[in-house]
Design a protein around this ligand. Structure first.
Ligand SMILES: Cc1ncc(COP(=O)(O)O)c(C=O)c1O
Length: 405
């Protein structure tokens, strides 16, 4: 594996002057800079404010300057599938080969593809509650039913027996899959290996296949460690499909690039069909795959520097939010989002976000059911993948409203 070949992220890579605001204001959509009034700081969609790693930019420039933009193979460029296999083996000990990889245009699209290939109308899928809206969205678009389970709430977050008790209450004759988010958006949890082992094996033992969304798995703070669900046992390797992407760790959201990793060839074939890659109706753009290959081959040190920066951002954010009256906050173990419980200030998170936008000029995501499921009520989500200066400015503005609530 070639990760770690390049020099460490240069000092200053994540300094205040490295946020290209003039570009973000025209290029960063999805509730971010390009969609906000000029005086608003958006801590909304989980998308970094920094430009991508130099090794990615250089590779794209080279590829573009060579000028050949032909069709790629349906399942992905050989270099992409090889790089994913090497990355998964090298970073999380997942034994997989290029043949187990299907390139997709993003993790969201990978989830939708898995759903289409694995579910029949009326099938039920157990999903965590709260969790990113994409879980419910992908399941429902396949005609199946998403069944929210309080899988991580209260004592369930550490106690697998309690989490399994919750799952049992929702298991029915139409249950087909369990979908997990690891690390978890928006809770920031990184399940311990023993918890994951118990939950995944319970699911497999009850005839459920498992989708493990690991799009956040490069953003984990020591001493926590990411365990990839398919590494748990040979049985898990067969019954787990991994969804992965490059929007979080490498900031490639706009290139819409991700993948499915699955050791069951027949299941992967069905997913390739569901992705419509062979007909060319679907399929991942080759330029996006080239960027992802550069990230996996040469971006390891940049990524380590990014996680270091994020850890400091996380600590500051948790410390500052803990001062807001009655608010409960846990520093995330992974991801770059924080999900404080704010119902002591206002039980209606949408109303609070509207007020914070109007009075503090900071945009946040309310913990409303439409974004994260019913279990998100009374929370809001804040993304801290920006510079220290912008984060401090946003927190100062929020303080001026919330410390006088
Ligand atoms: C848990 C989770 N899954 C999937 C996605 C979508 O990722 P992508 O941009 O690769 O489609 C996100 C993005 O926020 C996410 O948080």
């Amino acid at each position: 594996m070639r990760t770690g070949r390049v020099s460490p992220a240069a000092p200053g890579t994540f300094a205040d002057d490295q946020v290209p605001l003039h570009l973000l204001r025209t290029r960063a959509f999805n509730q971010r800079w390009a969609e906000q009034p000029l005086d608003v700081i958006p801590l909304t969609a989980a998308d970094p404010d920094f430009a991508v790693a130099p090794c990615i930019r250089e590779r794209l420039v080279r590829w573009c300057s060579e000028g050949v933009m032909s069709y790629g193979p349906p399942l992905g460029l050989p270099a992409f599938r090889e790089a994913v296999a090497a990355w998964m083996q090298g970073t999380r000990g997942l034994r997989c080969g290029p043949a187990d990889v299907l390139a997709t245009d993003g993790a969201a699209s990978a989830m939708a593809t898995v759903a289409r290939a694995s579910l029949q109308p009326g099938d039920e899928v157990l999903i965590p509650d709260p969790v990113d809206f994409l879980f419910r969205h992908a399941v429902e678009r396949a005609g199946a039913v998403a069944v929210p389970v309080a899988l991580h709430r209260g004592a369930c977050r550490d106690d697998a027996a309690m989490a399994i008790a919750q799952l049992k209450r929702h298991l029915g004759s139409r249950s087909r899959m369990l979908w997990l988010c690891n690390p978890h958006n928006p809770l920031g949890l990184v399940p311990a290996r023993a918890w994951l082992e118990a939950v995944v094996h319970w699911a497999i033992g009850h005839g459920l296949r498992v989708l493990s969304d690991e799009v956040w798995s490069d953003i984990v703070y020591a001493p926590h460690r990411h365990t990839s669900a398919a590494t748990l046992s040979p049985e898990a390797a067969r019954q787990v499909v991994m969804v992965y992407g490059f929007s979080k760790g490498f900031g490639l959201a706009g290139l819409r690039i991700g993948c499915i990793v699955c050791a069951d060839p027949a299941w992967l074939r069905r997913m390739a069909q569901a992705a419509e890659a062979e007909s060319t109706v679907g399929g991942a753009a080759t330029l996006s795959q080239v960027a992802a290959v550069a990230a996996m081959e040469d971006g390891g040190d940049w990524l380590r520097g990014f996680v270091e920066h994020l850890r400091a951002q996380r600590d500051l954010t948790a410390m500052r939010i803990a001062r807001w009256p009655g608010v409960q906050v846990a520093a995330p173990q992974g991801t770059f989002v924080m999900f404080p419980r704010i119902d002591a200030i206002d039980a209606d998170a949408e109303r609070l976000c509207t007020r914070l936008l109007a009075e503090a000029r900071v945009a946040l995501v309310p913990g409303s059911p439409r974004w994260f499921g019913p279990g998100a009520r009374g929370h809001l989500r804040l993304c801290f993948a920006t510079s220290r200066g912008l984060l401090e400015r946003a927190l100062d503005r929020l303080d001026t409203v919330l410390l006088r609530s």
